[in-house]
Write a protein that binds this ligand. Structure first.
Ligand code: TRP
Length: 486
């Protein structure tokens, strides 16, 4: 029996979707990647480029995904299949849904390990396990934390359990309820941490690092990083946003909610920078990104400051929440697909998925200890999951979605679903047909190392290419639509 005939659950509150989708979007990327990238690649100048990328690629792709979800009212697989069959196109396109669902699951398989780091450092802070450690000790502690599979496995298992517990309770009682206190809680904690930063003595330097306009440091590499990050930070093409969109009430405007999520995600990323870097600079340390920043420099810096342990604890609570609100979104696509198609309860679906997830994530976790030698083409299993999802599946899935929406499907479906004024709709169409695909192709070309793009020299060319493909696309589009659809 399937539940297809029953009306789909919807978010209860007005802010349900925005909170849940922001929870998905705000994750480690906002905290360990964005602030550091901003400082390195030109401060205010980078922020501007990033905003352009969010507008050109992030927002149109996100709107498309939500529209697919709400129109198809189902998991990525079912939703895409229903929307394409409604347009009379081949249901083979639902392969895009399969890829998105698999992508979310694969990201989660290594994400729980990283989230486990956050929980384990929260515990270390609480139990005083980091007290009196110097620089070398911090490195040793991080290594030791990873070296013992039972220790590392304990924390990733804990994250898996927490994720499944929330998802198993359902969309309203589990996901919506948890994000409705975790998201505001995160913001309050960030504000407190920023306040602490203001008095730490490093705030001015952090502000300059993040916001002064250093056009000279804005390299092509920086622009590409902005483009790739715009895609990653909004959790696109991994089933999360699409599935959350399938619970969106009809009365909500997709464009407005998308902008809400994009703005909130960016604000949190900027706030994270203002919370982290003052503490780092106040201790005369140099900025960095990634695990080194969160699990070595930052604990060291907190330790050296008055009330540092307290604020350090606050920081890791905030980080753990950011990770958890992302992890629940990655698995929701799979759980909702199981519930709709296999006639099982949500609880069973969640625990079943949890067991498979636990097995796969344990393999990823072992990359740091027992399986340190198990590599394929130079990559550990953990790195393969990351590489395949962020370099291949996310860009390919996003490209497929926008081309499908832009060229293949009946335009009425999206006109109805997005409900935009005609000129805004035309702008969205222009974006999903030409601008976003070109942006995604650029990410691809760079990621695969096919060619080194120099924006300083090449951007007029890029605009020319955009103009040419737009012209050709518009001239050929009815035919293109027929060909692609056959
Ligand atoms: N947006 C998350 C971050 O910034 C990472 C992420 C990528 C993600 N794809 C996702 C989160 C899919 C949830 C679902 O850290």
């Amino acid at each position: 029996m399937t539940t297809e005939q029953q009306p789909r659950v919807q978010w209860l509150g007005r802010w349900g979707f925005v909170l849940a989708a922001t929870g998905s979007a705000v994750g480690l990327g906002n905290i360990w990647k964005f602030p550091y990238m901003t400082g390195e690649y030109g401060g205010g100048a980078f922020v501007l480029v990033y905003l352009v990328c969010i507008l050109a690629v992030g927002v149109p792709v996100m709107m498309t995904e939500i529209a697919f979800g709400r129109r198809g009212r189902g998991s990525p697989i079912d939703a895409v299949r229903r929307v394409v069959t409604e347009s009379g196109r081949s249901s083979a396109w639902s392969i895009l849904g399969w890829m998105a669902m698999l992508c979310g699951f694969m990201i989660l398989s290594f994400y729980v390990v990283v989230a486990g780091w956050s929980f384990s450092y929260l515990w270390k802070m609480l139990s005083g396990g980091l007290n009196g450690s110097g620089v070398d000790d911090m490195v040793a502690i991080f290594v030791a934390n990873n070296e013992n599979p039972f220790n590392l496995g304990f924390w990733s298992t804990l994250v898996t359990l927490a994720t499944m517990l929330i998802v198993g309770k359902g969309v309203q009682a589990g996901i919506e309820k948890s994000v409705s206190w975790m998201m505001p809680g995160m913001v309050v904690m960030l504000l407190i941490l920023i306040g602490y930063g203001v008095f730490s003595g490093g705030f001015g330097e952090a502000w300059r690092f993040l916001f002064s306009f250093k056009t000279g440091s804005l390299s092509s590499e920086g622009m590409l990083a902005a483009l790739g990050h715009a895609f990653f930070t909004l959790s696109l093409a991994s089933g999360a946003i699409l599935t959350y969109g399938s619970y969106l009430p009809v009365r909500s405007s997709i464009a407005r909610t998308t902008f809400g999520v994009a703005i909130a995600d960016t604000l949190v990323a900027l706030m994270a920078g203002l919370a982290i870097f003052p503490v780092i600079f106040a201790n005369g340390m140099s900025p960095e990104g990634g695990p080194g920043l969160l699990f070595m420099s930052l604990p060291l810096a907190f330790q050296a400051m008055p009330l540092g342990t307290l604020f350090g604890i606050l920081f890791f609570v905030m980080l753990s929440m950011a990770a958890l609100t992302s992890s629940i979104s990655m698995v929701e696509a799979t759980v909702s697909w199981l519930v709709d198609n296999k006639g099982i309860t949500r609880r069973t679906a969640a625990w079943g998925t949890g067991i498979v997830l636990w097995l796969v994530s344990t393999l990823a976790m072992l990359s740091f200890n027992l399986g340190a030698d198990w590599t394929l083409a130079g990559r550990h299993f953990f790195d393969w999951l990351d590489y395949l999802t962020s370099r291949w599946m996310m860009p390919l899935g996003g490209l497929g979605m926008v081309l499908l929406a832009g060229f293949v499907l009946k335009s009425e479906s999206f006109r109805e679903e997005l409900g935009l004024a005609p000129y805004w709709h035309a702008l969205w169409l222009f974006m999903v047909r030409y601008v976003s695909p070109l942006g995604i192709l650029v990410i691809f070309v760079d990621a695969l190392g096919i060619a080194r793009l120099e924006f300083g020299v090449h951007w007029p060319w890029l605009l020319a290419v955009l103009a040419v493909i737009t012209l050709i696309g518009e001239l050929l589009s009815p035919r293109l639509r027929r060909t692609l659809a056959s």
